[in-house]
Write a protein that binds this ligand. Structure first.
Ligand code: 13P
Length: 248
């Protein structure tokens, strides 16, 4: 991996106000010249966003949210949070299209509206795509990636704030990662699909059971600019290990 490398921590529905104490070591690491190329972004639950923004104020670590509503400003949507509200909190990023939200009913159509709303509010978007185990077994992976990319990015004109996170659903939380060949093949397919839409070279991330132990199999995958890390990011020592093993 060359240039900037993205290390993205998705805390999902974990973390409490006491979790912030563990982040000091990471802040120290982020200031070292050796890790200048590391672009670290945290996605805590909504309840902790403000605390994280405050904690990382004088650092180059960014903060994002794990989802947002498709209406970009305000509205009568009980329990929802808009892109405008995230921006107001100090968020610069939002994850959209995560498979855990797709599984609870979010459609490509919903995700597309959310992406457009986040673009309008100048949030950077980590757009998640990936196939299920059933789709993989039925050799539908490329078909699914194409459908998710084309539907999710419909009517998008400005791609500069879009990152693609390839997260095979069967790899999330299972400890199983794709082979180098499989991953490079799917990333190359994603790049071809994106090239039909934009001349910009979007950052491509891999997510799914990334940890410090399997990193040696992932750090040399060509075409990947970083990692979207779930459970291993919730323990700061493990997350630091991932950064150290990637940039050594
Ligand atoms: P795990 O790293 O726990 O497999 O989760 C990946 C993920 O869903 C990140 O968004």
């Amino acid at each position: 991996m060359t240039n900037n490398i993205y290390f993205i921590a998705n805390w999902k529905m974990y973390g409490s106000t006491t979790s912030l104490n563990s982040l000091n070591k990471l802040i120290n690491l982020s200031r070292l010249k050796k890790y200048k190329r590391a672009r670290i972004i945290y996605f805590p639950p909504f309840t902790l966003i403000k605390d994280f923004v405050t904690k990382f104020k004088k650092t180059k670590i960014s903060v994002g949210a794990q989802n947002c509503h498709q209406i970009e400003n305000y509205g009568s949507f009980t329990g929802s949070i808009s892109a405008k509200m995230l921006k107001d909190l100090g968020c610069n990023y939002v994850i959209l299209g995560h498979s855990e939200n797709r599984m609870s009913g979010e459609t490509d159509f919903d995700i597309n509206k959310k992406i457009l709303s986040a673009i309008n509010k100048n949030l950077k978007i980590i757009f998640c795509i990936g196939e299920t185990i059933k789709e993989k077994k039925n050799k539908l992976t490329h078909y699914v990636l194409k459908k998710q990319i084309n539907n999710g990015l419909k009517n998008v004109k400005n791609f500069k704030n879009i990152f693609i996170a390839y997260e095979p659903v069967w790899s999330i939380g299972t400890g199983i990662i794709p082979t180098k060949k499989e991953l490079e093949n799917n990333v190359s397919k994603i790049k071809k699909l994106l090239a039909k839409k934009t001349k910009l070279k979007l950052q491509i991330l891999y997510g799914g059971s990334v940890n410090s132990k399997n990193l040696s199999n992932l750090r040399n995958i060509s075409g990947i600019n970083g990692f979207l890390v779930g459970s291993a990011s919730q323990n700061t020592k493990n997350f630091i290990d991932i950064i150290k093993k990637t940039i050594n």
